[in-house]
Design a protein around this ligand. Structure first.
Ligand SMILES: [Zn+2]
Ligand SMILES: [Zn+2]
Length: 145
């Protein structure tokens, strides 16, 4: 039992997997072994099967590219849904923080004591969340559209 190795076929010039063999590694893929020869029939068969092989590769590459694009779109949607909600939340919280910047304990710049917004912003977890979200947004952590 031999392992498979990857070679660039000398005949079709495509990367191909061939059976590893003792001594010299194979230089021609198994598909091309069937059409080697200088006679007219072999030359024609070679051209036809090379075209088929190239089309197959092209189709496989196109499918792979489609998959990648689909995944990327799905990924992007998810990320945007997740970050979109956070972005709104952080915008509201930051606006709140800017409008009511703390000047002293329990007193904000608009000099009202005990406002609901101050009570919210006074909580350390809210402050740290604002910081964390702000650095996530401005630290390049969010994929750009
Ligand atoms: Zn080949
Ligand atoms: Zn060939």
């Amino acid at each position: 039992m031999h392992d498979m190795i990857q070679i660039r076929c000398r005949c079709c010039e495509l990367p191909q997997r061939v059976r590893d063999q003792p001594g010299e590694p194979a230089k021609i893929c198994s598909a091309c072994l069937e059409h080697c020869g200088a006679d007219e029939v072999s030359v024609r068969r070679r051209a036809e099967s090379h075209l088929e092989m190239a089309l197959e590769r092209l189709e496989a590459a196109r499918r792979a590219a489609d998959d990648v694009y689909r995944d990327r779109d799905r990924y992007k949607e998810k990320v945007h849904a997740a970050y979109g909600g956070r972005e709104i939340a952080i915008r509201k919280l930051r606006a709140l923080a800017e409008n009511h910047e703390q000047m002293g304990k329990g007193v904000c710049s608009c000099r009202t004591r005990g406002r609901a917004s101050m009570a919210i912003l006074d909580q350390s977890w809210v402050r740290s969340m604002i910081q964390r979200l702000a650095s996530a947004f401005h630290g390049g952590g969010v994929p750009q559209t």
